[in-house]
Design a protein around this ligand. Structure first.
Ligand code: SAM
Length: 381
């Protein structure tokens, strides 16, 4: 694996463009956007760097085999011939994950089961022993992507999803996925110098991701493990060199990054996460109602907020969104506000005209990221 090879970085719908930019600035080659993924080329060291540094990728997969199959039997026979012991030994554990679309294959679970049988049967016929499946912490995760009769086998270099940065000790309500939060900050075009406020900060995800961007901290520095550490060609020295060179880029930031939260118990959890991420002295959070606050100086301000989207709110969800619009207009002029919500009805009550609307998915929930530049004299609709 010393030469360049193809890799696939998986991400969320709507984040592909910023992931492509991240990859290019890290030094990836032949970068191309697809749907919920970006493909690129690099060597083993770049694979380590991508896993360590990419803020907007969920996984880095490596295509290792592709073939055509018209039936489950064809599929089984092709994978039964594959040289599995290039990757996996008898004492390793493994897992298959499949995504299928098109006319030939309809059951992703059955596809995974067939792939497992093909691998296990090959080991049994050679050694009369087999590696075991581990649903939670497998040594090797293989992905199968099938579109019509074209089957791709990929190996997962990341292991657990890269949104698991290692700083979340506590969450409450509905924390936004870390990869989505970083993607939203990047989509907003925040320059990391303008002061940054999340006035409904929940568990603090936007604040922590923003602080890591401002300080140029490799985002997966505190992760326990990457899948590639279990591979035969794991090069610990190379990984340490890459880590050290990324750490040299870390800076101290003077940008003010701060948050508000109305719930005391949620605020305590945000404090734990912020402290775990190493930002106890940098990110400031306060127990206060956003609607009782106002911008404290003339400097430009970026606000990113992810308001509650549920219906069970005192005063009603429509009033909450209307108060957000009023607060921004009356108390936050000279700000650039970005709101992500999956309540597509409630956002109409903000009452300000969005400059842009971006479609995203928060988990399975279709959402909108809306931008409201707030000037002196910004009017409610
Ligand atoms: C959807 S959650 C935000 C989740 C957050 N992005 C995260 O990653 O954890 C919305 C948060 O807004 C808080 N909130 C609701 N109304 C508020 C208000 N008027 N002022 C400040 N915080 C508020 C809620 O307590 C809740 O924690």
């Amino acid at each position: 694996m010393n030469d360049n090879f193809k890799m696939i970085a998986k991400t969320f719908f709507g984040i592909e463009k910023v992931l492509k930019e991240e990859l290019i600035s890290l030094g990836a080659q032949n970068v191309e956007c697809g749907k919920r993924m970006v493909s690129f080329f690099g060597d083993k060291g770049f694979m380590y760097k991508a896993n360590l540094c990419l803020r907007t990728a969920l996984k880095i997969l490596i295509p290792i085999h592709s073939f055509y199959a018209n039936s489950y039997d064809d599929f089984y026979h092709e994978l039964n011939k594959y040289e599995w012991n290039k990757y996996i030994g008898l004492s390793n554990t493994f897992l298959f994950d499949s995504v299928v679309s098109g006319n030939f294959f309809h059951h992703s679970l059955y596809v995974s089961q067939k792939a497992k049988d093909a691998l296990v049967d090959q080991f049994m016929s050679k050694y009369n022993k087999r590696p075991n499946v581990d649903l939670k912490y497998p040594d090797f995760r293989f992905h199968i992507h099938i579109r019509n009769n074209k089957c791709n086998l990929l190996i997962d270099s990341s292991g657990e999803s890269l949104h698991k940065r290692g700083y979340r000790v506590s969450s409450d309500l509905a924390p936004i996925n870390e990869v989505l939060a970083a993607g939203i900050i990047k989509l907003s075009g925040w320059d990391s110098l303008t002061n940054f406020l999340d006035p409904m900060c929940g568990s603090g995800t936007f604040l922590i991701e923003a602080a890591m961007i401002a300080c140029k901290i490799p985002v997966n520095l505190n992760r326990d493990e990457f899948a590639f550490e279990k591979w035969d060609d794991w090069d610990e020295n190379l990984f340490s060199l890459i880590k050290e060179s990324q750490l040299k880029k870390v800076i101290k930031s003077n940008t003010h990054i701060y948050g508000y939260e109305i719930s005391k118990s949620v605020l305590l959890k945000a404090k734990k996460n912020i402290s775990e991420a190493g930002f106890k002295d940098y990110i400031k959070i306060k127990h206060i109602d956003f609607f009782d606050t106002k911008k404290s100086n003339d400097k430009n301000l970026y606000l990113i907020l992810n308001p509650p989207y549920g219906e069970r709110l005192k005063g009603g969800i429509n009033d909450l969104y209307s108060s957000i619009g009023n607060t921004l207009k009356k108390q936050y002029s000279n700000s650039d506000a970005w709101i992500i919500s999956s309540n597509l009805q409630a956002i109409k009550n903000i009452g300000l005209k969005p400059k842009s609307k971006i479609k995203l998915f928060n988990g399975k929930l279709e959402s909108r990221l809306l931008n409201f530049p707030i000037y002196e004299g910004t009017k409610k609709k």
